[in-house]
Ligand binder design. Sequence first.
Ligand SMILES: [Zn+2]
Ligand SMILES: [Zn+2]
Ligand SMILES: [Zn+2]
Length: 478
Amino acid sequence: MPRRSKHEFFDLIEMKLGAKEYTRRLNYGRGHHQFNPALKSLRSEPFDWQNLAGVAIIRASLENVAKLRQLLTPGAIFPITGGEIEAPSWETTMQGVLESLNKGLDAQLKQLDERVARHARSYQCRCANRIFFRNTLCLACKSPLGYLPDEGRLVALDAGPTPGTWRTDGSDHALKFCANRDSPAICNWMTGADDSSEYCIACRLNRTIPNLNDADNARYWAKLEIAKRRLVSELVKFGLPVKSKVDEDPERGLMFDFLRSLPGEPRVMTGHSSGLITINVEEADDAKREQVKYEMREPYRALIGHFRHEVGHYYWDRLVWNTRWLEPFRQLFGDERASYSDACQRHYKQGAPADWANSYVSSYATMHPWEDWAETWAHYLHVVDSLGTAMGFGIDAVNLQCDIEPFSRDALYDPDDPQADRLLSLLNAWIEIVMVLNEMARSMGQPDFYPFVMCKPVVKKLHFIHMIVADARTKLDL
Ligand SMILES: [Zn+2]
Ligand SMILES: [Zn+2]
Ligand SMILES: [Zn+2]
């Protein structure tokens, strides 16, 4: 059976929309005169491309066509990627063609809706009020709210079948609050009422939390947890393994120590080791973090950045080490067996090479292949999460008035990867949106929203990470 290129497919969609309207009228508008009766005979005629084009001329769903065209425009964050579809056989009747095209388009749109829903970072209460990721209560209808990490949804809750349990509209599944809901962490995540853990999937990753007798610590912990929940929600959406090393998977799991340096003791170092991520609680102190940022001459320093970077080290252990990706990793990022302590010393003594921006996303990434990986990984999560937010609020790059030279397949790690077009759409949309957001930040005298420049080698590394995530995830089609 012949296969059609993507462009032909999109032309077909356009035709089909017209054709759909046509068949609808044909089916429901019998006896009316607004249609040329001659077209009616098309239904049973053998399939003919020329004829189909003729049908397209009478298309009535121009609005839908425009919407689809927009999704195909460079700059759309998650464009439809049709790939190829099977052309109908010559024996098929026109009716059969129209029906199969209908089905094909419906499936595409459904897939797109699901993808948007999965990545969107905007939420609406059942009363239609806009609600936000960290909310515990809808201010309009006063419903308690809970986040369902597996579904990526923030939902209004009703009392469940037994005291202390909750349920959502249209589901009988009993849920319970995370035990950290009434703590300074103000966790709004839910877990199954029958779950053996009293904590949600994010909070159960904690091994050590700050000493809450200190009022500052309570404030800092809240900030740490909101950043961590944003991280974990993204990891879950990716379908990446997120199991607690504390009590679920001691071998390969993940856990956190939030530690504060004590007077007279060595400073707590933020870092990762074998699934344990240690975060210095002082990173949640804005004044101290800004001080370090200034001293280290960093363009960006944020809690969410630390979380994304450190978890990158964890997933390197899980997804690259001892896998078929290890050799390709070494080709692209360098040999990680080079002495880390030497690299560290050299970096802090000499700094990054002057031309680092031609190959790395940050100067810190030049230190060692592991750091290059973790920095690039963090940027991958920055981009996907931020674009999910943009998309959730209906922002994309389609109508932006800025001309960029878009990256093309030659910038990618594997130009033949079936996901290549999607990643390019993401990155090109990102660059345009960032250009605008940076200018807006400057309009307000604020630091740049995204103070980095993406060069081709970085795009290549991002694509490599994208492929590894795609390979690892179990349920997600980004
Ligand atoms: Zn509401
Ligand atoms: Zn929780
Ligand atoms: Zn690191």
